[in-house]
Design a protein around this ligand. Structure first.
Ligand code: PMP
Length: 406
């Protein structure tokens, strides 16, 4: 079956917006945030029009319907990541909050001298929470280096593993370079040393199937807004046996069993980690996005994006004065590059004038920028609704920009 990209595009009203040049906007900033299909927009609207009340608290009809919608979304996300049970899904504000949740809850099990192993590929949201927790517990951060092409140095990883390693926190896909990390291998080796494995899935979930059982990790974080869902919602998948051991990281309503002024006892997961009124409409939207991706077919989405990346790599790689940053053999739909003579911000502005939206900057991943010897890149990133024609328009615009201004 061929991938009908026109039928996909028709489901995204925002793709009819014009760019600065008056032509349809080419949206290549998907790694920062993707656009939303009607299925997601309609689900959020229908929820507010027909089902909204607070969840879990009311005996009345709307509270029951809101609770059902919220819990159905949990089931959708569980199915999307291949969780053993919906109880392994904690709704969060996004990947950042999911990673903070694990770090702060797991701080209870860390002691001075314990080691938290990160990698040079990490986004700041998989570095800074661990630094805060390291400061609080006396644990130490170590970082696995990468090779020049942006792949992880697995020999160095092996050498860094040891009896002190308690946590290995790693991205599944690098947002700055596009490198896909072999999480299954990392998890297997980390577990052999008794460490838990925390995966930042923000950039992997939008591009295809996630199978937490096959990855073998212990925690997996994702953001709704990067996978065709709304902003302000995300999820943490956690292995049930670990979630059950973890203390809460925030206190409030819904996460307790009993409260007196002397002490409180905790609700079982996932409620233990969802203090306060949750983002119900966001969860409904995320559930719809997960269903939408599963219906379209994660493998088909991944294959379509791989063809866009291959063409973009070929065309952009052939432009004189342009250098690709991140050339790992296994990449997801991200093309980072720099040019001779033009700062990435200028490239971004000049492409915007030609109706093409790309990201420029350090991509909240300063260590990887430093490692690659740049302070910023321009980054084109692809989604299911992008086309080969858009890739060609982008490459031609970049060629023109470099020729005129480079
Ligand atoms: N990790 C990675 C790899 C990311 O790309 C991002 C978003 N740029 C995040 C974490 C943070 O996601 P959010 O801002 O949705 O919490």
């Amino acid at each position: 079956m061929t991938f009908d990209v026109d039928a996909v595009r028709a489901q995204f009203p925002i793709l009819r917006e014009a760019g600065l040049d008056g032509r349809p906007l080419v949206y290549f900033d998907n790694a920062a945030s993707s656009q939303k299909p009607l299925a997601v927009l309609d689900a959020i609207r229908a929820y507010y029009e027909h089902d909204h009340a607070n969840v879990h608290r009311g005996v009345h009809v709307l509270s029951r319907r809101a609770t059902e919608a919220y819990e159905a979304a949990r089931t959708d996300v569980a199915r999307f990541v291949g969780a053993a049970s919906p109880d392994e899904i904690v709704f969060t504000r996004g990947t950042t909050e999911a990673l903070n949740l694990v770090a702060y809850a797991w701080a209870a099990f860390l002691s001075p001298g314990d080691e938290i192993l990160l990698t040079e590929l990490e986004h700041h949201s998989n570095i800074v929470p661990w630094q805060l927790v390291a400061r609080q517990t006396g644990a130490r951060i170590r970082a696995v280096p990468i090779h020049d092409d942006g792949t992880l140095d697995l020999e160095a990883f092996e050498a860094l593993l040891g009896p002190r390693t308690k946590v290995v926190a790693v991205t599944h896909v690098s947002n700055a370079l596009g490198t896909v990390v072999d999480v299954a291998h990392i998890a297997e080796r980390a577990h052999a040393h008794g460490a838990i494995v925390v995966v930042d899935g923000a950039q992997a979930a939008p591009h295809g199937a996630v199978d937490v059982a096959a990855l073998g990790a212990d925690f997996y974080a994702l953001s709704g807004h990067k996978m065709y869902g709304p902003t302000g919602i995300g999820a943490l998948w956690g292995r049930a046996s670990l979630l059950e051991q973890m203390p809460p990281w925030q206190g409030g309503g819904e996460m307790i069993e009993t409260v007196t002024f002397e002490e409180s006892t905790w609700a079982p997961p996932p409620a233990r980690f969802e203090a306060g009124t949750p983002n119900i409409a966001g969860a409904v939207g995320l559930g719809a996005a997960a269903r939408w991706m599963l219906d379209l077919g994660p493998a088909a989405i991944a294959a379509h994006e791989a063809s866009l990346l291959a063409r973009a790599t070929e065309l952009v790689g052939a432009i004189a004065g342009v250098r690709l940053v991140g050339t790992a053999p296994h990449k997801a739909g991200v093309l980072s590059f720099v040019t001779d003579g033009l700062h990435p911000h200028d490239i971004g502005t000049l492409l915007d004038e030609q109706g093409i939206a790309v990201r420029t900057g350090h991509h909240c991943a300063q260590p990887v920028m430093r490692r690659m010897g740049v302070d910023a890149t321009a980054r084109a990133s692809f989604a299911a609704y992008n086309t080969l024609a858009e890739v060609e328009r982008f490459a031609a615009a970049l060629q023109r920009t470099v020729t005129l201004f480079g």
